[in-house]
Design a protein around this ligand. Structure first.
Ligand code: FAD
Ligand code: UDP
Length: 376
């Protein structure tokens, strides 16, 4: 047998696993059905700009071990995510902080902002009448008040999830920070940035020491490497594709949300002055506009590239054949995923890992941690 591991999926999980295994002298073959490595962190070069083809990716973590690991592979830049929200032509800083409160209410000190927030929270408490918030709308109004909920949350969230806020779980909104300081950093994590030279460089470096075959679908038996014959190729399988597909949808299909990207080149050096602008009103069909150059170009460098590339993002319900992006971790889907996970647990020569195989909405750092923790 030629390989110790066959890894299905050349994304972040597959690449970190391959790196760890190759470092320990193991022979690794990686296959991916796409024509490129890097899974969802892949970037395409357009006009000298790294365009995040499968959605904007900002690396962030508080785990020094993970940060040191990625920095041992490539250097990271100083990008700090500070999205701006556009509501009916007026701009607000995110996440909710003193800048947002000033823009919304004209309050200048934390005490003034606190008073305004308490007043609005009191109204939300009266409506709850002693109950816990039962949905996202109730939770958001309790967290941040109705003014900000109506301008910055309601429309955006309903576009993103395709459901009314009254039918969405409260936890979704709890991950957004609320700060009584002037701080537009979207994340609370200690470390943040984008790989210098782009994500592809990170993943290419991780694959040094492994063999990689692209445009090879594991379930397509026309390929020489596939689900029927893999045991003749490698001792163990590492599978990072959708878990329901692995078991041929035996218990039914899991659901996802997906995003459609409308990408175009604009003949200007600077289109919106920021990498991320969220459009929070319901009437504008896209959720946000990404201007890719701002992830990796700063200051005078922005002017050296005469064009810019932008992507409008539309969030839609996933159907078979589309890219599965966000697992819908509601009770029904989680129950179904548990059935598949039970089957996966019984396998002795197959490792399941990553966002699709675990059916969990992981950020990049947790995916790296899981792949590093895996015993090879
Ligand atoms: P993937 O990157 O999906 O890789 C799986 C690979 O398996 C794919 O390349 C796929 O083609 C391949 N594959 C699947 N089935 C088969 C098959 N049958 N045969 C062969 N190959 C197959 N995280 C952050 O930390 N910060 C962010 O800002 C951020 N933004 C995001 C934005 C979007 C729109 C999305 C969807 C995710 C975002 N994430 C972000 C999460 C991040 O993308 C994931 O944590 C990470 O990429 C998961 O890596 P993975 O290897 O598990 O999956
Ligand atoms: N959200 C919002 N307005 C915004 C940005 C986010 O209402 O301008 C809400 C939305 O419901 C989203 C949640 O906050 O699902 C979490 O935001 P985050 O950016 O963490 O979501 P992600 O796109 O990473 O899932």
């Amino acid at each position: 047998m030629k390989y110790d591991y066959l890894v299905v999926g050349a994304g972040l999980y597959g690449s970190v696993f391959a790196h760890e295994a190759a470092t320990r002298g193991k022979r690794v073959l990686v296959v991916d059905k796409r024509p490129n490595i890097a899974g969802n962190v892949y970037t395409e070069d357009i006009e000298g700009i790294h365009v995040h083809k499968y959605g904007a990716h900002i690396f962030h973590t508080s785990d020094k071990r993970i940060w040191d690991f990625v920095n041992s592979i490539v250097e990271f830049n100083r990008y700090t995510n500070s999205p701006v929200a556009n509501y009916k032509g007026k701009l607000y800083n995110l996440p909710f902080n003193m800048n947002t409160f000033y823009q919304m209410w004209g309050v200048c000190t934390p005490q003034e902002a606190q008073e305004k927030l308490e007043q609005q929270r009191a109204e939300a408490l009266v409506k709850l009448n002693g109950r816990e918030p039962a949905n996202l709308e109730e939770q958001a109004q309790l967290l941040i008040g109705k003014d900000i909920y109506e301008a910055l949350i309601k429309g955006y969230t309903e576009k993103q999830w395709g459901r009314p806020c009254t039918e969405l779980p409260a936890f979704i909104i709890r991950r957004l920070p609320v700060r009584m300081i002037f701080d537009n950093n979207y994340f609370n994590d200690r470390y943040q940035g984008i790989p210098v030279g782009g994500y592809n460089k990170l993943i290419e470096s991780l694959f040094e020491g492994a063999d990689v075959q692209l445009e090879c679908d594991f379930f397509d038996t026309v390929n020489s490497i596939n689900c029927m014959n893999w045991r003749g190729i490698a001792k163990k399988l590492v599978y990072t594709g959708p878990i329901d597909q692995f078991y041929d949808y035996k218990f039914g299909h899991l659901q996802y949300r997906t995003v459609v990207f409308e990408t175009c080149i604009e003949n200007t050096v600077n289109y919106q002055g920021n990498a991320v602008v969220n459009y929070t009103e319901r009437e504008i069909p896209y959720t946000r506009v990404i201007e890719h150059k701002h992830f990796e170009m700063f200051g005078a460098e922005i002017e050296t590239c005469s064009k810019t590339v932008i992507s409008n993002e539309y969030s839609i319900e996933w159907k078979p054949g589309m890219e599965p992006y966000y697992p819908v971790n509601d009770a029904q889907n989680n129950r179904l995923a548990d059935k598949y996970r039970e089957m996966a647990k019984a396998e002795t020569d197959i490792i399941f890992g990553g966002r699709l195989a675990d059916y969990k909405y992981y950020d990049m750092a947790p995916v790296i941690e899981l792949a590093m923790r895996c015993e090879v």
